[in-house]
Ligand binder design. Sequence first.
Ligand code: F1P
Length: 342
Amino acid sequence: FKGRLNPGYSEIVLGGLQNVFPRIVDARRIIIIGCGTSWHAALIAEYLLEEYARIPVEVEYASEFRYRKPVIYKDDVVILISQSGETADTLAALRLAKNEGALVLGICNVVGSSLARETEAGVYTHAGVEIGVASTKAFTAQMTVLTLFALKLAKEKSTISAKEFDVLVKELAEIPEKGRVILQQNHRIQEIAAKYKDAVNALYLGRGCLFPVALEGALKLKEISYIHAEGYAAGEMKHGPIALVDDNLPVVVVAPQDAFYEKIVSNIQEIKARKGNVIAIISEGDSGLGELADDLIEIPGSQPALAPLLAVLPLQLLAYHIAVLRGCNVDQPRNLAKSVTV
Ligand code: F1P
């Protein structure tokens, strides 16, 4: 269970998967399963694996997968993601897939957990102990492992050019420094939190692999501040959530300068036309949204596939500050358990 990024050599080593990698390369499809935050990491992986490794991917909640009668092939690879490695639904899904003869792999944070013991191979995220109930650094670590996995598989399957692979690996190594730059805006994010701490509802929007990041931002706010929040694919706004927009609704829009930029700007215009309050997560130095959005948080530029690793940080911080300002216990939110073992 070892993962190692070897910049300079443009090679990705995921030691824990070494013996089973030939089976992964030959897989018919990949099914990724998790609960809560781990499920959001799985959704991001679907974008990356299909784009780069050109393999069909299905993502499902463990709590659904375990109770229906899913079709599982012996040449499927089933990846179970869990911070704790003890989530009952995820373990039940693991056993179901294993019984059907699929290759079951784990991505988890707790060494020696049930998930690690029962899967055939896997990668530890080594994110350190998660003190808070709501998953944060484990999510970043899960995404990092899944990004490495997608790129390694793409390389083995020759579905990515050497140049594109090298650029992504190089930029991946720069992510920690870019993350530090985002954390320097902590005070600014705290000020934004003070403006919206009394909100009753909030909406989070994103496109592409930043759509699951919007889901995760909404989940963090719900979990620790008890504000009702919904995450949506920005293109779906006009199919329902737009009815909610008024001058009481904060809308967090993940809007870096990527291929969707024009579309997301037009989403922001639609929200502003209905007097919604827009908190935009923008690319560093993007002056275009200054006039339009109410509040801006900058993230350094990156390859679009790596943007989730950066964009989630201000959303986690925003939820944290709002929860603290509302007097909530951010480490032990009501009704939640670190490991949902029943
Ligand atoms: C899954 C999860 C977490 C959430 C909370 C309840 O846990 O839904 O994402 O933050 O802790 O459990 P895990 O399977 O990733 O340990």
